[in-house]
Design a protein around this ligand. Structure first.
Ligand code: LLP
Length: 424
């Protein structure tokens, strides 16, 4: 059940009136519902528990790249979540939010020596290794610091999946993972390296995947590889199945059920005595977040009805970057006219692609009205920039009728303090 509802024609998130919070803080702002975030985590946790059984050892490692605000990570930590991180920055954020190294997996194709050393010192669960040169580097860093690095190879199964070509990571034309055909050789090689302890297998084939077929193909390949590795004498104790679970952004999206995903996991890996690791980001964070923005003005040009709002592509990139579609709602539902209009919602940035989406058959909107963009809790604030010298927008966490600013606005004056003009 969504916690975004109209009450007397005013849109509320949990028990917070969006008109009131907009007036009290500032627009644009990201608003997250703690209850929605918690419900989303519990849903996937419970689906896995129900199908796999509570005795199945597992780790849900929230993919921090989807939303890295420490308050968000902390609330998930309180529910038992770990973290999937791809940089020392994300690692520090997760530690800061309370997650210990023993619940953190370190992914990413370009880990540096400094990042490797810091993660070794924090005793992460495993390094997901994506190339031979990376494992050579990790072996050197670990052995020269008297450490043993637990590793899994990320396998590229050559399976294309995901909501957009730019977020499909399992194909042979992408930079990710070790080719499936070279996996056994890679494990044999890793066995010979000092400072390396092989503990697992890892995949992540893409994001916003709404049908189970690619997961099914990938899981079968990983199970085959597991069996071969065991015959080859390797000690595989962790199987990391990555993230990728898709959600319903618009009416035509038809994502699979979490229980069906759990059944697929169970079918392929339920008989093993391994720890199963999951790295969901979007399905936990996306629907917990909205972007609240104010109408600056409307503008009609060549029969286009533009609604110019104070949020722009720098605040929320998904539509401009992937052509992603998000629902847009007016905070005031009351019908102030019989006339209905289709609006294109655009931001103030000087690019044609600065389009947030559309509101179809809307009431007439006026300057000062508020609207929201839905399902932006994942890959929203984390991907924002200061393009066009726009300040970083604040993030707010609500619970019931309470709200707290969890990231303050970063103003243009504050940003200016990082720049200087050399004397000549
Ligand atoms: N694990 C790894 C190694 C990943 O690369 C990702 C996402 C995840 C887990 C989490 O995937 P999720 O459960 O969220 O699908 N900015 C894009 C999405 C990029 C996803 C990158 N990797 C977007 O806005 O759609």
């Amino acid at each position: 059940m969504s916690l975004l509802n109209y009450r007397n024609n005013i849109l509320y998130f949990e028990d917070v009136s969006l008109n009131e919070i907009a007036d009290k803080i500032v627009t644009p702002m990201y608003i997250y519902s703690q209850s929605t975030l918690e419900n989303n985590f519990n849903k996937i946790n419970e689906a896995l528990n129900k199908i796999l059984g509570k005795e199945q050892e597992k780790l849900i490692a929230f993919s921090v790249k989807s939303n890295s605000n420490i308050a968000i990570i902390n609330r998930l930590h309180n529910l038992g979540s770990g973290a999937d991180v791809v940089s020392v920055g994300e690692l520090k954020r997760s530690l800061n939010a309370g997650i210990k190294g023993n619940k953190i997996v370190f992914s990413g194709v370009g880990k540096t020596s400094e990042e490797m050393l810091f993660a070794l010192e924090m005793d992460v669960v495993q390094f997901n290794i994506e190339s031979i040169s990376e494992i050579n580097q990790l072996s050197e860093i670990a052995s020269s610091n008297n450490k043993i690095a637990p590793i899994a190879f990320r396998i590229n199964p050559d399976i294309v999946a995901g909501g957009h070509e730019k977020i499909a990571t399992g194909g042979s034309n992408t930079k990710f993972g070790i080719p499936y055909s070279e996996a056994l050789k890679a494990y044999e090689y890793a066995k010979s390296l000092p400072g390396i302890n092989i503990v697992g297998i890892d995949i992540h084939i893409g994001s916003q995947i709404t049908n189970l077929e690619p997961f099914s193909l990938a899981f079968q390949k990983i199970r085959d590889l597991y069996d071969k590795l065991i015959i080859g004498g390797h000690n595989i104790i962790n199987i990391d199945l990555g993230g990728g679970i898709g959600i319903k952004y618009i009416d035509t999206d038809e994502p699979f059920l979490l229980e069906d995903y759990a059944n697929l996991v169970n079918k392929n890996f339920g008989d093993l005595k391994c720890k199963l690791i999951f790295e969901p980001g979007r399905c936990i964070a996306a629907s917990a977040g909205i972007l609240l923005t104010k109408v600056i003005r409307d503008k009609n040009s060549y029969n286009n009805n533009f609604l110019v709002v104070d949020a722009a592509m720098n605040d929320f990139m998904r539509p401009a970057l992937y052509g992603a579609k998000h629902k847009i709602l007016s905070v005031n539902k009351d019908n102030n006219s019989d006339k209905k209009i289709d609006y294109q919602v655009v931001g103030p940035v000087c690019e044609t692609g600065d389009v947030m989406g559309e509101i179809v058959s809307s009431r007439i909107m006026n300057s000062g009205d508020y609207i929201i963009i839905k399902d932006v809790g994942a890959y929203g604030a984390v991907m924002s920039s200061n393009y066009n010298s726009r300040p970083s927008v604040p993030e707010v966490l609500i619970k019931g009728s309470n709200f707290n600013v969890i990231r303050k606005t970063i103003t243009t004056d504050e940003l200016l303090a990082f720049e200087s003009i050399p004397s000549e």
